[in-house]
Write a protein that binds this ligand. Structure first.
Ligand SMILES: [Cu+2]
Length: 492
């Protein structure tokens, strides 16, 4: 009998628990019974759209759901993929990625897609934030010289990709037709100090990376998913050098990061930072303390981090050849005071004695069996080997360097009139601000462990290649420079 009673009691508890669980589920995780689909819109405004890397101001957490009028114009125009390389971009609003749209859940968007009369192709738009056929594509097919209008209600908060979905879809996306729309949750996102808009894309050109001139789209490479360029914000260096993103020590930065593809998945990473928070795939799930976050093609993520020390942080796709050889490299320059507890900087660089006592000093000679060049032609030939084994990893096979990172050795005015400056960079290393062909570099080149003979060879090779003025350097000259100077900036 007692047993039966306790069974009934347990059953009662079960039923009660189920009722409680159900009423919690109906509450939708603490949002009360808010349903954006039912929220009435109050008034209408023209939505502010911004060009990358900027985003519109955060939405006032108290503003009611509103009718937002989005006016977006498609423009097909020529732009710079990198110095000396042009490409015909197809754009939403004139930029790659397209203009950033910022609304809140419950807003009703009246979308006006305008196709400029000078354009050659029809376009449409598929916004991943839309609940409806084709994400709007079915209602927005727009011929040049036309404007179409459709509307949608934003039902789900999050960061969403939009893109053109006109056939051939891959080609429209490959030409730059993608961007981001942020749907803020009711009540807004947590406040931060700086917000930026960064979007990766892969590009397929007839010429290889860096090949000068106007480069048409290459369908075969696109099919093989073998891009020549993988870039942030539409071109090499779009957020580097004097266009780098900026922040001050102590500030919290949020990056709205998208991936337009069309093909590649991004392993998004910021060198020298840890993401305090990532909204995984742009949705509600927050992951903490993340080094690298995957951003699928046609996907996005919000990453947030506080910058604690000054310096240059580098945004990369950590599929790392893309960063250093195809353009997926950007910078966030942080200014402010050092904090040597968080990051000390280099404390020491001293000679390391390997076990057994062999001291490792930079060689001035490779010993008596080192092969010496017998003629200038031979010196150049031997120098070419040194260049290919050592220098081209940074200065690039064409010696043109990498904008803002590695200075060019091709037609370099830095050592044109003083070969000792090139020798010194190699034997002592070089760091600090230098100007090469009008561009400022502020980086560091480590001293290279080469013999006097090898340095003479590689400098002579440089002088007689890559559009430099010619000449020859002897091992004796290298020996003198090695004996005289110290590491640092050869310019002072
Ligand atoms: Cu299109």
């Amino acid at each position: 009998m007692g047993f039966m009673m306790s069974l009934i009691k347990n059953k009662l508890t079960m039923v009660l628990l189920i009722i409680v669980a159900f009423s919690f589920a109906a509450c939708d995780g603490g949002k009360g019974d808010y349903n954006p689909a039912d929220e009435k819109v109050v008034g209408e405004t023209i939505a502010e759209l911004t060009l990358p890397p900027h985003v519109p101001a955060p939405i006032d957490p108290h503003r009611a759901a509103t009718k937002q009028i989005v006016n977006m114009e498609v423009l097909e125009h020529e732009g710079e993929m990198m110095d000396g390389v042009t490409y015909t971009y197809w754009t939403f609003g004139g930029s790659v990625p397209g203009q950033f749209i910022r609304i809140r859940e419950g807003d009703e968007v009246e979308f006006h897609l305008k196709n400029h009369p000078d354009n050659k192709f029809a376009h449409n738009i598929d916004l991943h934030a839309v609940t409806g056929p084709g994400g709007g594509a079915a209602s927005s097919f727009t011929a040049p010289g036309h404007e179409t209008v459709f509307s949608f209600k934003a039902l789900n908060p999050g960061l969403y990709v939009y893109h053109c979905a006109t056939a051939p879809v891959g080609m429209h996306i490959a030409n730059g037709m993608y961007g981001l729309i942020l749907v803020e949750p009711k009540g807004g996102l947590p406040k931060v100090d700086k917000e930026y808009y960064v979007m990766q894309g892969d590009f397929y050109t007839a010429g290889r990376y860096g090949e000068a001139g106007h480069q048409p789209f290459d369908m075969d490479k696109a099919l093989e998913e073998n891009p020549d360029y993988v870039v942030f914000n539409g071109s090499v260096g779009a957020i580097a050098g004097d266009k780098a993103l900026t922040a001050k020590v102590g500030e919290t930065v949020r990056l709205y990061v998208g991936n337009g593809g069309p093909n590649l998945v991004s392993s998004f990473h910021v060198i020298g930072e840890i993401f305090d928070e990532v909204s995984v795939e742009g949705g509600d799930m927050i992951n903490k303390n993340v080094q690298t976050t995957l951003i699928p093609a046609g996907g996005a993520a919000m990453v947030t981090f506080k910058v604690e020390v000054p310096g240059s942080l580098h945004l990369v796709d950590h599929s790392i050849f893309r960063a250093f050889n195809k353009g997926a490299l950007g910078s966030l320059v942080v200014t402010g005071d050092e904090d040597q507890v968080i990051y000390s900087g280099q404390l020491e660089d001293k000679v390391y004695m390997a076990e057994g006592g062999r001291s490792l000093t930079l060689p001035s000679a490779k010993g008596s069996n080192e092969k010496l060049a017998g003629s200038k032609a031979e010196r150049i030939k031997m120098g070419e080997n040194v260049y290919k084994n050592l220098c081209q990893a940074c200065h690039q096979p064409d010696a043109k360097g990498m904008k803002g990172v590695f200075p060019p050795l091709a037609k370099s005015d830095y050592f044109a009139d003083d070969h000792n400056k090139a020798i010194s960079a190699i034997v002592h290393g070089l760091s600090g601000k230098i100007t090469v062909n009008g561009e400022i570099y502020n980086s560091a080149m480590p001293a290279q462990a080469l013999s006097d003979e090898e340095v003479a060879n590689v400098v002579t090779y440089l002088l007689n290649n890559f559009g430099n003025k010619g000449g020859e350097v002897s091992p004796d000259q290298v020996k003198k420079v090695r004996a005289s100077g110290s590491a640092g900036n050869g310019g002072h």
